[in-house]
Design a protein around this ligand. Sequence first.
Ligand SMILES: [Zn+2]
Length: 81
Amino acid sequence: MKKGIHPEYYQAKVTCACGNSWTVGSTKKEISLDICSACHPFFTGKQKIVDTAGRVEKFRRKYGIKDKTTEVIDKKKKTKK
Ligand SMILES: [Zn+2]
């Protein structure tokens, strides 16, 4: 390999909003995801909404909808460190 033109290669730790984590080869040290293959609706068969401002919850409260089949991930809460 030619020197000075290639980026650093790391074994990056990937973390998902659902709590799932694994390592992958990447030029970044850390990767954080909102959705992964363990929690994506395509693989789980469950409907899911990534909610950033609590809008889904607000809508449900307003109309008194109690839907347990849909999982809502509150991005605001989960990304807080
Ligand atoms: Zn996930």
